[in-house]
Design a protein. Structure first.
Ligand SMILES: Nc1ncnc2c1ncn2[C@@H]1O[C@H](COP(=O)(O)OP(=O)(O)OP(=O)(O)O)[C@@H](O)[C@H]1O
Ligand SMILES: O=C(O)C1=C[C@@H](O)[C@@H](O)[C@H](O)C1
Ligand SMILES: [Mg+2]
Length: 201
């Protein structure tokens, strides 16, 4: 009840599971799910983010991403999987702060493994024509994470896969199912919201 129909924004690096986990959270809460990358594609009229970067530019994509987040921020009962880079623009935080923000914090080696498994063609900031896809993705993700980690840490709650694995007695985050991660996200949301309500009362 503390959520009070507010939107929930999932933030995190590329491949962190925002879309996968976000759909589960939406189903549990009876919210609608939106993916901001998909909304940008629809509003620009180009079917992939990679093509938007190619035909226009990253800056053009970012401007449209901000417009999408602005429009979503006036709505209710949505789970929004944001683009991995949405956290870098302060204006986007002014929109996302109207709801609750959750950071899916996934170790970079697990991200690189997931991304290498599906290929980098759909992720323009990681795409390389040659070389080992895991090694290339890992190097680029490391550089991006260094630039962005302080921004991700602005989120209201952090869902750390390392911590979930520790709690469950595993030493490998790759065994965690999207459902287990969604449950932890829901628990973190609840803690954040109840603590905030206690401070107010
Ligand atoms: N818990 C998990 N265990 C294993 N694989 C996962 C898990 N969660 C997601 N994946 C896989 O990792 C890949 C990336 O997941 P997903 O697309 O949900 O991430 P994302 O954060 O939305 O990425 P992007 O920022 O690129 O939109 C997908 O292939 C997905 O099936
Ligand atoms: O991390 C990023 O900067 C990006 C992540 C994707 O979700 C897309 O928004 C785009 O490929 C850029
Ligand atoms: Mg996604």
């Amino acid at each position: 009840p503390y959520l009070n129909d507010r939107c929930v924004y999932l933030v995190g690096m590329m491949g962190s599971g925002k879309t996968t986990v976000g759909k589960i959270i939406a189903e549990v809460l009876g919210y609608s799910f939106f993916d901001s990358d998909k909304l940008v594609e629809q509003s620009v009229g180009i079917p992939s983010v990679a093509e938007i970067f190619q035909v226009h530019s990253e800056a053009f994509f970012r401007d449209n991403e901000s417009e999408v987040l602005r429009d979503l921020s006036s709505m209710h009962r949505l789970i929004v999987a944001t683009g991995g880079g949405a956290v870098i623009r302060p204006i986007n935080w002014s929109y996302m702060r109207k709801g609750l923000t959750i950071w899916l914090d996934v170790p970079l080696d697990a991200l690189a493994r997931r991304i290498a498994a599906v290929g980098t063609a759909s992720r323009p900031l990681l795409h390389q024509e040659s070389g080992d896809p895991y090694a290339k993705a890992y190097a680029k993700l490391t550089a991006l994470f260094e630039q962005r980690m302080d921004s991700y840490a602005n989120a209201d709650a952090r869902v750390s896969l390392e911590n979930i694995a520790l709690k469950q007695g595993h030493n490998d985050v790759n065994v965690l199912t999207p459902s287990a991660i969604a449950i932890e996200a829901l628990l973190k949301m609840e803690s954040f919201l109840t603590e905030k309500a206690m401070v107010r009362n």
